[in-house]
Design a protein around this ligand. Structure first.
Ligand SMILES: *[C@@H]1O[C@H](CO)[C@@H](O)[C@H](O)[C@H]1NC(C)=O
Ligand SMILES: *[C@@H]1O[C@H](CO)[C@@H](O)[C@H](O)[C@H]1NC(C)=O
Ligand SMILES: *[C@@H]1O[C@H](CO)[C@@H](O)[C@H](O)[C@H]1NC(C)=O
Ligand SMILES: *[C@@H]1O[C@H](CO)[C@@H](O)[C@H](O)[C@H]1NC(C)=O
Ligand SMILES: *[C@@H]1O[C@H](CO)[C@@H](O)[C@H](O)[C@H]1NC(C)=O
Ligand SMILES: *[C@@H]1O[C@H](CO)[C@@H](O)[C@H](O)[C@H]1NC(C)=O
Length: 540
């Protein structure tokens, strides 16, 4: 695969410590945080509104971008389906549209041509099929599809979403698609859609099996506190895989949906946007100069700022539904003394060390808990993963059920000043059992709803260590705060164990993890929680 070729080139570059002219070290990418038009016209008018706003954003880049990415579910609805031709050299700009390819797709192809940019857009796709051939009675299959247009407006890649989320009318392909395309700027991308990011197939496989270092995701992602808000997950995923990630998000903050950014692996976020300061979404293009070799330290990068605050309280987020099953401990808010704690659950023990400082007087805005969790997470229908995590998270009061709720906006003028808790030191460490399919990510969050930047944290991973418990081989992970911080919401190590769950009875491979999980879970997880909403769910 081209992915392999590129790693070879990468190694060569590392060896030579330089990769040609400076201009070849970067490409320019843009991601759109985009509020779809949902009301105020006929469906044809809404589509036109979406389309013209897309065209304006493309124009706003002035032809400076090599690639522009738009979010999931913000263009056409099921009333205006389009065919998406298989990749070919033929530009869609000059085709005759009509029954199959909708005119909006042609217009976008022309825009790609004029702007001389690659475009990634997400559409509701109609694929006609013959009645006998596993074809729905309606005569066509319906997909949630990413389509990539090249600079000439030809389709270079098409991906039909595999991990559907609350999208009952949509179809899945018979086998998962691994969507990969090469570009004329010699970068090979893989792409997928929203919910896919929480699973091994195809998202994690694009990194591990196809060895890609440039990934694209189109999102309509509903954030969940304390561990799975949109930008936090994007940055953690890019960090853990040490890859570039271009993420474009739909912008509907009143529904908990927002979150776009461009992330350069362990270097951190280049640009990001979480819309939580208003309930109205935005239409904004975020542009960045992206390193061609995300793992090469030498390229100078312009990183996004460290963002502590102000607190963004207007985003209606979900809350982790299984907090009661955590083994947790409320942190006594001491002024200055060093505190240590060890907490265990099932096969995971976590060590914590922290030092807080309190401003004089005043009640503090948040309480904090340290927690450990090992358990099964069900998302929807047949989708499960096991989560193992250690972390600190903010709570409104003494009840664990208040963790992951933002503090209310202080009434003005505030009768009682609220003070921040300053973390002078914070260290979280855990010994995570090894499994073939898992991803261990930093999961950090400030009051501004952004993850901490690389300048603020230290992340170290030691694989194949002898575990203190049972002598099993483990991965030792440690997350340390490098600077004092007074707006922390979350500081955790989040392990997604992709296919180890009670239902398959055997775990993700060796070590008896499945047994541990079934004991723990006792079978029933009441709530299937919405992390991501299809347009339908969002509009409900
Ligand atoms: C604009 O995008 C939203 C989200 O897909 C959609 O609901 C709305 O109907 C769009 N306009 C049309 C008519 O496609
Ligand atoms: C595009 O051009 C306009 C007008 O010259 C300028 O204001 C804007 O900053 C440019 N945008 C980019 C992304 O270069
Ligand atoms: C496609 O989805 C429709 C609607 O849910 C369903 O009736 C049909 O069986 C599905 N077809 C295939 C081939 O998956
Ligand atoms: C891309 O690779 C080809 C073949 O190796 C080379 O000729 C070309 O100059 C490269 N282009 C860029 C932009 O690096
Ligand atoms: C905590 O200690 C700091 C520095 O020693 C001091 O300024 C502050 O007033 C103390 N806070 C409280 C609540 O006593
Ligand atoms: C804690 O906060 C939650 C959410 O605001 C509230 O429902 C609950 O009553 C509070 N509990 C206590 C013990 O104050």
């Amino acid at each position: 695969m081209c992915g392999k070729l590129w790693s070879l080139l990468h190694l060569l570059c590392l060896a030579l410590a330089s990769c040609g002219a400076a201009s070849d070290e970067y490409y320019t990418a843009g991601v759109a945080e985009f509020r779809p038009a949902l009301t105020g016209g006929s469906s044809e008018q809404l589509l036109q509104e979406n389309l013209s706003a897309y065209l304006e954003l493309i124009e706003a880049a002035n032809g400076t971008a090599d690639i522009l990415v738009f979010p999931e579910g913000t263009l056409n609805s099921q009333l205006q389906l389009t065919a998406v031709p298989a990749p070919s050299r033929r530009t869609l700009c000059h085709i005759t549209t009509g029954y199959e390819v909708h005119d909006f797709l042609r217009q976008l192809a022309c825009a790609a041509l004029v702007a001389h940019s690659y475009l990634v857009v997400n559409v509701k796709e109609r694929e006609n099929c013959a009645p006998d051939n596993d074809c729905p009675a309606r005569g066509y299959r319906l997909y949630n599809t990413n389509v990539v247009l090249d600079r000439g407006g030809a389709v270079v890649s098409r991906y039909r979403k595999w991990n559907l989320y609350l999208e009952p009318q949509l179809n899945r392909t018979r086998a998962p698609e691994y969507a990969i395309f090469n570009t004329d700027f010699n970068v090979t991308f893989g792409h997928f859609i929203c919910f896919d990011m929480l699973f091994y197939t195809p998202a994690q496989e694009l990194v591990e099996r196809y060895d890609l270092q440039h990934l694209i995701v189109s999102n309509m992602f509903k954030s969940e506190l304390p561990f799975l808000t949109a930008s936090q997950l994007q940055q953690g995923w890019a960090w853990a895989n040490n890859v570039n990630l271009l993420a474009a998000g739909a912008s509907l903050p009143h529904g908990g949906i927002t979150g776009s950014g461009i992330y350069a692996g362990r270097r951190g976020a280049l640009v990001r946007r979480m819309v939580g300061d208003t309930a109205t979404g935005e239409r904004q293009l975020l542009l960045a100069r992206v390193p061609r070799w995300p793992r090469l330290e030498s390229s100078a990068l312009e990183l996004d700022a460290e963002r502590w605050g102000p607190a963004q309280l207007q985003l209606e987020m979900l809350q982790q539904p299984q907090l009661e099953e955590f083994n947790s401990w409320q942190v006594p808010l001491l002024n200055g003394s060093l505190q240590q704690q060890r907490l265990c659950q099932a096969d995971l023990c976590c060590d914590f060390e922290l030092q807080t400082e309190l401003e004089a007087a005043a009640r503090t805005t948040y309480n904090y808990r340290l927690g450990v969790f090992v358990g099964q997470r069900r998302y929807e229908e047949e989708e499960y993963t096991v989560v193992r995590l250690c972390g600190l998270f903010a709570c409104r009061n003494d009840s664990i059920l208040s963790c992951g709720l933002l503090a209310e906006q202080p009434a003005e003028p505030s009768p009682e000043p609220r003070a921040a808790v300053l973390f002078r030191r914070l260290r979280v460490a855990g010994e995570f059992v090894q499994r073939p399919r898992r991803l261990l990510m930093p999961s950090t969050l400030s009051g501004a709803l952004y993850a901490l930047q690389a300048t603020e944290i230290d992340w170290s991973v030691r694989p194949d260590a002898e575990g203190a418990w049972r002598g099993e081989l483990v991965t030792q992970v440690q997350l340390v705060l490098k600077k004092s911080h007074s707006q922390l919401l979350t500081f955790a190590i989040y392990g997604n164990y992709f296919d180890e769950y009670a239902a398959d009875g055997q775990g993700g491979g060796g070590g008896g993890g499945g047994g541990v999980i079934s004991q723990l879970t006792g079978g029933v997880w009441g709530m299937a929680v919405g992390l991501l909403l299809s347009y339908h769910a969002a509009n409900r």
